[in-house]
Design a protein around this ligand. Structure first.
Ligand SMILES: [Zn+2]
Length: 240
């Protein structure tokens, strides 16, 4: 099993996540838009620069956090390139990874996205073995209902995981999350991408729950936790 943490939207509460990644020495990837048209404040260039560390890396998430399926085709390139340029200027290093706002895309957009980025990620859940050409996360750090977990598991061909969810359907979500990790642990081809939003964690006050997970990962699963940049080596998606 390989575990990868990633967080979307660059909300100000990401600063709490930075601190947790430093404290537990776990690598985390932060996908940050230049601004957020939903009105949520985003990290300033100074905050981004200050956070960069061996445990904290950054990726693109569009210029205005717009769903790429909701804009005319000719606006897609400016949305992704302006944000990539912005982050590259702030950090002075290449930005190679991208996350689709809302996970929304059409297949025909992918060649353009891969001209700018080495990897592209969705906002999926319950995908434990990537089938390509995108990276699809396995666990949303947000208490999803059983129906959502099962629907996503079946769509992502995660059949043993769907069975596990059904068998444990009365357990609290975060207990289930730990059981899924335990189930994947011996599986060499499993990539467990855990993602979420710091603003959701703040809204639902899930910080203690998250810290418990970090504590578990930094002890029991330490050797499984890899930086996002090592994602290809963790069993990448098929070529386009
Ligand atoms: Zn987002």
């Amino acid at each position: 099993m390989r575990i990868i943490f990633c967080w979307d939207d660059g909300a100000l509460q990401d600063q709490k996540l930075f601190a947790l990644h430093e404290k537990y020495e776990l690598p985390g990837m932060f996908f940050v838009p230049t601004s957020n048209r939903e009105g949520r404040e985003v990290l300033t260039p100074a905050m981004i620069r200050q956070a960069r560390s061996p445990w904290v890396a950054f990726g693109g998430h569009t210029h205005s956090h717009v769903y790429l399926t909701q804009i005319p085709a000719e606006q897609i390139e400016p949305e992704i390139s302006a944000n990539q340029n912005y982050l590259q200027e702030v950090l002075g290093e290449p930005i190679a990874h991208f996350c689709l706002p809302g996970g929304k895309y059409k297949r025909e957009m992918l060649p353009l996205l891969y001209r700018y980025f080495r990897t592209v990620r969705t906002a999926d859940t319950m995908c434990f073995r990537n089938r390509g050409p995108l990276y699809r996360p396995a666990l949303h750090f947000y208490p999803r209902g059983v129906k959502s977990l099962l629907g996503n598991a079946l769509r992502n061909h995660s059949f043993p995981e769907a069975r596990l969810v059904w068998a444990r359907r009365r357990e609290p979500y975060f207990t289930l999350l730990r059981e899924l990790l335990q189930y994947e642990e011996p599986r060499n081809d499993a990539m467990v991408m855990i993602w979420g939003h710091s603003w959701e964690i703040e809204e639902l006050q899930l910080w203690e729950e998250l810290e418990a997970l970090f504590a578990l990962c930094s002890t029991r699963y330490r050797s499984c936790c890899i930086p996002y940049d090592a994602i290809d080596a963790a069993g990448g998606p098929a070529a386009l």
